[in-house]
Ligand binder design. Sequence first.
Ligand code: FAD
Ligand code: DHB
Length: 395
Amino acid sequence: ERTQVAIVGAGPAGLLLSHLLHRRGIASVVLESRSREYVEQRVRAGVLEQGTVDTLVEAGVGERLRREGLPHHGIELRYGGRGRRIAFEKLVPGRRITVYGQQEVVKDLIAARLADGGPIRFEVSGVAVHDLDSAAPSVTYTGPDGEPVRLECDVIAGCDGFHGVTRPSIPDGVLTVYEREYPFAWLGVLARVRPSAEELIYAQTERGFALHSMRSPEVSRFYLQVAPDENLADWPDERIWEELRARLETVPGFTLATGPVIEKGVTPMRSFVVEPMQYGRLYLAGDAAHIVPPTGAKGLNLAVADVRLLTEALVSWFSTGSAALLEGYSAACLKRVWRAQHFSWWMTTLLHTFDSDDAYGRRLQLAHLDYVTTSEAAATTLAENYVGLPYESDP
Ligand code: FAD
Ligand code: DHB
């Protein structure tokens, strides 16, 4: 089998890349180890930057997103017995975020690819990439019925997430890793209950961080800061609600509505970047190249920004033979990647409880929160990063 671009991974990065390339006349094959049902049900991020929404709408996959996505014009920071709003409409006029589940984006992209006849091979195993430093790279894998396949291609896109195979296939000594681990994880909870607030609540408490988000008028999404090695079995639904109440019912008049828990899981928190994001004919995009702690809601949005740049670079190379954009791909991505790294680390330290903090450290955190929520300059820093800075190529 042969294609122009072999894409490993059918997450948001791989699927969007395949779709954007198709619209520009470039063929690709997407290889995914999980089943279609699995990737469509996997609950993850939910906050889309304006630029991400615009990218999906312009690419013709934003119809349901426009109908069902929830536009938000602010968030609340809750701490010290009160809530303070970061008002996007005032601080960053005309910019907003949209709450729409990542798995809904994935469903929309899969539907579009399949409608266009785009090959997505689900449930493949043993994916391996070969001859990355040659002009004729290839990918081998085992199909769902056990048949061995070699896919020849011009380039390979590594969109297989943090635990994928493409990044580890780059020879030793090529990549520099920048990394930080955090001494906590997030317990994510999806519940069939109406949201208890109209906007997202980021809560800092002495018991740890809590986030109240949502998916629809009937479904709420919550996160709790927990120990890094937290055992899900220790979190029956009653304990989840009890802890969410303790961390969120901290301001007068706020009551948390509760309901059946639909899904729960523990996500470790890390910051991670590899440089460069490419080697020979392999280009990494999204979580395969970088991870942020989720507090800034940047992971999915960064994947989209990478894919926009990779699409333009590939279109330029296939249509004119010029490799200039491809050669500059990693450098072009990394500017936004590092801005998001800083913002995500900053939001994480602003809002989480660090056991290592002494009394002085806790006072500093409160001073930081007071400043961010009362100074227009500081609040604007949060707001402009949260809604998403313009793409480099924007005017
Ligand atoms: P992924 O979505 O990870 O997609 C990679 C795909 O590659 C997957 O479908 C995987 O099955 C496939 N794959 C992996 N290895 C192979 C292989 N060897 N062969 C073939 N296919 C392979 N971000 C937020 O902003 N907020 C959140 O709340 C949030 N929660 C998260 C929870 C979890 C558990 C995780 C892992 C991430 C979370 N993120 C969150 C981050 C956000 O979801 C990611 O940044 C986003 O999914 C990146 O998209 P991607 O396409 O690069 O990678
Ligand atoms: C959601 C996830 C985040 O990481 C975040 O910062 C805000 C919202 C969510 O899943 O809804």
